[in-house]
Write a protein that binds this ligand. Structure first.
Ligand SMILES: [Zn+2]
Length: 214
């Protein structure tokens, strides 16, 4: 039987992609010494950090046609170990705060704007965990890439490594707290799960925790 009317599936189709779907953590299932690796797809497909010790190239190929750029939150080994493999495979340039670091081609300076996916992100230089650490914030999307500065539930970046400085870290978290809107929608951190429920609260918690015993 031919139905009298075709179901109008075109009318109430959900939006093509939810915004969050354009940001995927390619390291989510990895059990190795690696940071998270965020693939941001769209107009400019970018990898935020490249991770370490797993085949991130295959994972990018499974999700995207290629890469337009790599952006680094900072250059600790767990965030950049896969850099040569990624640059080789996709012939991309690399953006980071400090071009004196091997493999960083272009400078991301305080208040620069960098395009990730379909949106512009503001660069916030946020030392304290490492001197070349940046966070990336899109006011329009309500998205923050926090690197290893802020983690979920009051977690914050360690400061016992070279270039670590708790006072600077606290200033950097304060800086981020002032920069982001209270209705921040998502915070993607360098380790652990992304936070999509009231991430601003996690920023405040991290600040309070970092100040304790500082
Ligand atoms: Zn780190």
């Amino acid at each position: 039987m031919v139905p009298f009317t075709q179901p109008r599936t075109d009318i109430h189709k959900p939006a093509l992609t939810k915004r969050e779907d354009m940001i995927q953590n390619l390291a989510a299932s990895e059990q190795v010494f690696t940071s998270n690796v965020f693939l941001v797809t769209g107009e400019r497909t970018v990898l935020v950090d490249v991770g370490n010790d797993f085949d991130v190239v295959s994972k990018v190929r499974a999700e995207a046609d290629g890469l337009d750029a790599v952006v680094l939150t900072h250059t600790h080994p767990d965030h950049v170990g896969n850099l040569a493999a990624v640059v080789d495979a996709f012939d991309v340039d690399v953006w980071g705060y400090d071009t004196d670091v091997d493999g960083v081609d272009h400078e991301l300076d305080e208040n620069d704007t960098v395009a990730l996916g379909d949106s512009d992100y503001e660069v916030l230089h946020t030392p304290g965990h490492k001197n070349d650490h940046v966070c990336l914030y899109s006011e329009g999307e309500g998205v923050l890439f926090a690197g290893d500065l802020i983690f979920a539930n009051g977690g914050f970046g360690r400061t016992d490594l070279e270039e670590g400085d708790r006072g600077l870290l606290i200033e950097s978290i304060e800086r981020v707290q002032q920069a982001v809107d209270e209705d921040l929608a998502a915070m993607h951190t360098g380790h652990g799960p992304s936070i999509t429920t009231n991430p601003y609260t996690d920023v405040e918690l991290a600040l309070r925790a970092a100040k304790m015993g500082a």
